[in-house]
Ligand binder design. Structure first.
Ligand code: B12
Length: 292
């Protein structure tokens, strides 16, 4: 165990949202592997805890508490350069939610920030799923399974992260009407939450007239709309212009994210305060406006 970051009983208890006594019981029963220091104290390897959490779905999102244990677990890490995409992709293809969750939680425990996990593990793996579907290597059912596994693995990761001190700011996340790709809205939600924001995530396929109604009702600080695909393009352009005029008096910044906005001509038809192509960019943006 030399030179490896380990966790104390208290840190594991915080991570799994249970008491110290429960962790000791797990260790004594051999359910969670532990080792002893010279002084007789239990120590737990990060990998073992991540595996145990993923297998047992532990770490329910707390309403209170602090993130000291996670910070501790994540600071003294060794620098690693592991490419997690192949194993994550494998977990998606075989439908193994535990394995997928374990990869994400482990990356997080080793100190990777959420934007990096999203941009360098989740998105590339999904991109490969898309390529495999497009080239006929996998069928639609397999693609659906992969998406479901990612979604559930992300949910487990989210549940393992102690909540931030609430910043009191509210963000809206959703995807345009006609766009059924819902992962980007969930990833965006997690980025805002990582900075302590409250999020109303309306998910995929959200009509803009109803989004405007909700914006007037709740006055969010930011509206973040994802677009992977723009169905019924001209109608969307009109709906978007209506939407902007309806919420103009709120002066809420609108952020548009997703591959379709790589095209300058699309940006001209969908004017916005900013366009984001990665979750790293989104995180930097949220950090900047949170500090104001
Ligand atoms: C899963 C999936 C689906 C699922 C979605 C299920 C669900 N519940 O979400 C289902 C089965 C519904 C589906 C349907 C379709 N899909 Co689809 N889908 C995918 C797949 C495999 C993954 C999408 C995903 O979640 N990616 C994860 C996101 C985070 O990654 P990303 O899209 O690469 O995004 C990157 C950036 O753009 C940015 N980003 C993206 N969004 C946002 C948002 C914000 C705010 C920020 C900051 C950043 C950001 O971050 C990422 C890193 O660079 C992609 C493949 C791919 N390349 O992504 C195809 C893909 C997007 N689909 C495609 C197609 C063609 C379709 C269908 C038209 C298929 C059909 N014939 O029915 C339909 C359209 C349905 C509709 N109207 O929306 C094509 C799009 C091609 C194109 N350029 O137009 C792709 C690329 C597959 C392919 N290789 O051909 N799909």
């Amino acid at each position: 165990m030399k030179n490896e970051k380990t966790l104390t009983t208290k840190e594991v208890a915080r991570l799994c949202c249970v008491s110290d006594a429960t962790v000791k019981r797990w260790a004594d029963a051999g359910l969670l592997k532990s080792e002893r220091t010279k002084g007789g104290h239990r120590r737990f390897r990060v990998e073992e805890v991540a595996k145990f959490q993923a297998q047992n779905g532990l770490g329910i999102k707390q309403t209170q508490g602090d993130e000291t244990p996670l910070r501790l677990a994540r600071t003294k890490r060794k620098k690693r350069s592991v490419n997690n995409v192949p194993s994550f992709l494998h977990a998606l293809l075989v439908g193994c939610e535990e394995e997928a969750a374990s990869i994400l939680i482990k990356a997080y425990l080793y100190g990777d920030e959420l934007p990096k996990i999203f941009d360098q593990i989740v998105s590339p793996a999904m991109c490969q799923i898309g390529e495999m579907w497009f080239s006929g290597q996998i069928n639609v059912a397999q693609e659906h399974l992969a998406t479901r596994v990612v979604y559930n693995a992300l949910h487990r990761l989210r549940s393992s992260i102690p909540p931030k001190e609430p910043s009191g700011e509210l963000a809206f996340c959703c995807a345009f009407e006609g766009d059924f790709h819902e992962l980007p809205t969930y990833l965006s939600q997690m980025i805002f939450e990582m900075h302590g924001w409250e999020v109303m995530n309306f998910g995929a396929n959200t009509p803009l007239y109803s989004l405007a109604e909700e914006a007037i009702l709740h006055t969010p600080e930011v509206i973040c709309i994802s677009a992977t695909i723009l169905e019924d393009y001209e109608r969307l352009v009109r709906d978007y212009a209506d939407f902007r005029s309806k919420i103009a008096k709120l002066k809420t910044p609108i952020i548009l994210g997703g591959r379709v906005f790589e095209d300058e001509r699309v940006r001209q038809r969908f004017p916005a305060d900013d366009y984001m192509m990665s979750f790293n960019e989104l995180s930097k943006f949220v950090q900047k406006i949170s500090a104001r």
